[in-house]
Ligand binder design. Structure first.
Ligand code: ADP
Length: 606
């Protein structure tokens, strides 16, 4: 029987040695439980060594010899330390030990003091030939502590009975079952000492139940956490930049408005009003820029292809840029490649926005010299594709080499000290790049600091026709207000300020203007009076513009044109509102020329 026990111990030792090698060769996280497991593993290996050595030593040497006494004492100390460590493990999985650091210290003190006492106390060894047993004070102390450990472990188990299904408790449950079996077996056959085998099994179970999350997973989680923190920081930076950018023109608007209130001089008042208009335009540009960039980043921008005449479109851009040059000594040259197709198909409004941004920058950051706007192309007639490459070359400030990378970032304005007098948000090129990427194109920049820059945009468009249509004359016409006295207009908006602005803009037409502050009021007014034209805000509480329109259209005899008004200036919105039944669409702030067109269209003028 003794040989059977020692054979089990040798097998356990080999097995635990393998576990030890595997455990140490694997990358582990640093945790108190893993540290404890590592110590218990070593301790059990140590115990197994003593057990195996003792089996042979007790047979070879005299039982009372120094060496056997030493081994027997070490063996009892091992049992005590193992029981203590396992109890500590059970406490650690049952209670938050981070908050109770004193338990660790107490355990250490108990381990050293009691371990020493057990080692030094008298011990007797006796052998029946097959197995060796020990008794005496040392063994009794160990039994007493084993009893205390069992009590503590049972207490932990009862306290956490609800968490019993947690796999961390499996070693404890297994220990209770196995230890009971071992004790019963030993009662039946005292020569069969299986306790150390039982402890080895517990260590084996602990190896599989102890918490050691996959290290790779932790690394990935940490990377994701870093990413999220970075994104959050970028968002905070964006918000603080944004509020700074918005506050600057807003400050001007409030300041000049206060000056206007104090001023009695008409000329001065007009000057202030002009400044307020400028600051408001700047504010509008910022808000539009922020909307654009957030839509691009949220992938909410759609490509809406339309047929367009590139010559006409680019010529229109030139007209928009020229006022920016003002009286600066700059020559603006525009060159079109002769084989530029007559009609192309692509998202013309995005093409316009991209080129306008680059041209505006050239005008802003050039003091003298020239700006050359060149449109080239390579036509592939077999596939009906045209690769446009548009370059804008200026003789302006230029951009330092190390800054060339950053200018396409949000709110990136280089050379701030030089540019302080040049208005800008630092959003233009970020939007431009976003739009170019979206259209599947490419944008490059070449610049020599102090000499000038060249921006190039490559875009592929579909060829609809090579033939160049005759250019229509779109000279800027001044608004001619037609007298529409007698006509009745209804403006619906939930904001009193917006109603006032719209009313003021429409005053010159001399028609009768009614206003409604909600969809319900609009329905009532339309019941009482026949209107010739209705302007309807879309975003209204309770009943929005679209719902109000549906209600109006329920009456068969309702034929009044309804124009949608909205601040939701998303590309393609016009189509959206036309499809739900509006006759036309105007975005806020209302452009007077567009308003004039709409009014003339529906009230009969030209
Ligand atoms: P901003 O609103 O400041 O013009 P952009 O994103 O359009 O923002 O441009 C970012 C920065 O790139 C500008 O602040 C300016 O410093 C620099 N930049 C852009 N275009 C030019 C150019 N043609 N010449 C010199 N610098 C330019």
């Amino acid at each position: 029987m003794g040989y059977f026990s020692v054979a089990l111990s040798i097998a356990s030792l080999l097995f635990l040695l393998i576990i030890f090698v595997v455990f140490k060769s694997k990358e582990n996280i640093k945790s108190m439980q893993l540290e404890l497991f590592s110590k218990m593993l070593l301790l059990t290996i140590f115990g197994l060594c003593i057990d195996i050595y003792g089996f042979f030593a007790f047979q070879i040497f005299d039982l009372d010899s120094m060496i056997n006494q030493f081994i027997a004492r070490l063996y009892i100390v091992f049992y005590f330390l193992w029981g203590l460590s396992f109890t500590y493990y059970v406490i650690s999985i049952s209670f938050d030990l981070e908050k109770k650091k004193s338990i660790k210290t107490i355990t250490k003190i108990v381990a050293i003091l009691v371990g020493l006492v057990i080692f030094l106390c008298p011990i007797n060894i006796y052998s029946d030939g097959a197995s060796t047993y020990s008794y005496g004070l040392s063994v009794n102390i160990n039994y007493t502590f084993s009893f205390i450990f069992i009590i503590i472990m049972l207490y932990c188990l009862i306290k956490n009975i609800k968490r019993i299904k947690n796999k961390k408790y499996i070693p404890l449950l297994a220990y209770i079952v196995l230890a009971t079996i071992v004790i019963i077996i030993q009662q039946v056959n005292p020569k069969l000492t299986l306790m150390i085998f039982c402890q080895s099994v517990i260590i084996f179970i602990m190896y599989h139940t102890i918490e050691n999350p996959d290290v790779q997973m932790i690394k990935e989680l940490n990377a994701a956490k870093d990413q999220a923190e970075k994104a959050n920081r970028a968002k905070t930076d964006f918000l603080s930049n944004m509020s700074h950018e918005i506050r600057t023109p807003l400050n001007a608007i409030v300041g000049f408005s206060e000056c206007m209130l104090d001023s009695n001089d008409l000329k001065e008042t007009k000057e202030y009003a002009g400044d307020i208009v400028d600051a408001s335009k700047q504010l509008l540009e910022i808000v539009n820029g922020i909307l654009d960039i957030s839509k691009i980043e949220a992938n909410k921008v759609e490509i809406i292809p339309k047929n367009y005449n590139p010559r006409e479109v680019f010529d229109g851009l030139r007209k928009l840029v020229l006022p920016r040059i003002k009286e600066k000594p700059i020559e603006f040259k525009m060159i079109f490649s002769p084989d530029l197709p007559g009609i192309l198909r692509g998202d013309v409004s995005k093409v316009k926005q991209v080129i306008l941004n680059i041209l505006t920058n050239a005008a802003k950051y050039t003091d003298k010299g020239e700006i050359i706007f060149n449109v080239n192309c390579i036509n592939r007639l077999d596939t009906k594709k045209c690769l446009m490459y548009i370059s804008v070359k200026d003789s302006g400030h230029g951009i330092q080499k190390d800054k060339l990378e950053t200018i396409f970032g949000k709110f990136e304005r280089v050379d701030e000290d030089k540019n302080t007098t040049t208005e800008g948000t630092g959003l233009g090129l970020a939007i431009t790049k976003g739009l170019v990427d979206l259209m599947g194109g490419r944008i490059t920049v070449f610049s020599k600091y102090g000499e000038g820059s060249t921006f190039r945009v490559y875009l592929e468009q579909d060829i609809i026709s090579m033939e160049v249509p005759e250019q229509e004359n779109h000279e800027e016409e001044e608004i001619n207000y037609t007298d529409y006295s007698g006509k009745k207009i209804l403006i619906v908006d939930d904001s009193k300020i917006n109603l006032k602005v719209a009313e003021t803009l429409m005053k010159p037409y001399k028609f009768e203007i009614d206003t409604a502050i909600s969809g319900y009021e609009a329905l009532e007014k339309v019941n009482d009076k026949n209107y010739d034209l209705i302007f309807m805000d879309i975003m209204m509480p309770k009943m929005n513009g679209v719902e109000t329109l549906y209600k109006l259209r329920e009456h068969e005899d309702f034929t009044t044109p309804v124009v949608a008004l909205t601040a939701d200036a998303i590309e393609g919105t016009d189509e959206k509102y036309l499809s739900v039944g509006f006759n036309s669409y105007l975005s806020k702030p209302i452009d007077r020329k567009l308003l004039n067109k709409v009014i003339n269209k529906y009230l009969g003028g030209k």
